[in-house]
Design a protein around this ligand. Structure first.
Ligand SMILES: [Zn+2]
Length: 267
């Protein structure tokens, strides 16, 4: 597991490990993405951010504007979901910090370049107006809804044919997580839910969400998919589900946990 806390943020050094990114790709050598400083040549267009320690080694993430020659390129999504979940937190954190670093090169308040990093935390301090800019984390809810022995599954317009998942969406300003669950379910499929229960969370670095997973129960209404978001939605008996996300994602974990709970309840 990635250890986040540290007394001071070190500068890149020869004993550290490096995760190299170029655009939306992770660079690998012989299938490995944790590389040594000797595996690549630090260049002037490379930006690096300290991530924490992993297996007692300092980890840095470095983003290149163009991938250097000699590396293979893997999609972040493929690495996160098709390799061991042992690396999930490390890769998610590295990608989120690199995104923050790339997206916060200038102060959002006064427009001055942000060059001063805090020594002990991930914060950039504007030398002109003194505001601190932290990595952006966007809270989202994801909810598995049951109705008797059935689960609600929906296919967003962006998902391939036959691929179903839970209802999910961003938490709005001023909203509680529970209010976000009620609103998102109603907006996306037109039903009311009750008995909302928190289950688990997962960082989701596409680019900086924190997914918070819930169970809920159907209360009232007819399924009415929002035409601008949902291609189709329906109820599936828990032991006869369509194609759903794999268990590395919180969406897949919620569905599996709900299926298990329904199977054990003997309904
Ligand atoms: Zn400023």
């Amino acid at each position: 597991m990635i250890e986040i806390g540290t007394a001071t943020h070190p500068l890149p050094h020869a004993d550290a490990k490096y995760i190299l990114l170029a655009k939306q790709k992770v660079l690998t050598l012989d299938g490995e993405f944790l590389l040594s400083l000797y595996d690549f040549h630090p260049s002037s267009d490379m930006r690096s951010v300290y991530c924490g320690t992993f297996e007692d080694q300092d980890i840095f993430v470095c983003r290149f504007s163009q991938a250097p020659k000699g590396f293979d390129e893997s999609g972040l999504r493929e690495l996160l979901f098709e390799t061991s979940d042992y690396y999930y937190g490390l890769l998610s954190r590295a990608h989120q910090l690199a995104t923050w670093d790339a997206d916060h090169q200038y102060c959002g308040r006064c427009g001055e370049p942000l060059t001063t990093k805090h020594a002990k935390e991930h914060a950039k301090i504007c030398a002109h107006c003194n505001i601190r800019h932290y990595p952006r984390i966007s809270p989202c809810i994801i909810v598995s809804v049951r109705k008797d022995d059935q689960l609600l599954l929906a296919r967003p317009l962006t998902a391939p044919e036959g691929r179903f998942s839970n209802i999910a969406g961003f938490v709005e300003a001023g909203e509680t997580l529970e209010q976000a669950v009620h609103r998102e379910v109603y907006e996306e499929v037109g039903i009311r839910v009750k008995n909302i229960r928190y289950i688990d969370s997962q960082p989701w670095s596409f680019p900086h969400q924190l997914m918070m997973g819930f169970f809920a129960e159907y209360e009232s209404g007819e399924l009415t998919p929002a035409p601008d978001e949902i291609a189709e939605a329906g109820w599936w008996r828990y032991d006869d589900l369509p194609n759903t996300p794999n268990a590395t994602s919180i969406s897949g974990q919620l569905i599996l946990a709900h299926v298990k709970a329904l199977a054990e309840s003997n309904i």
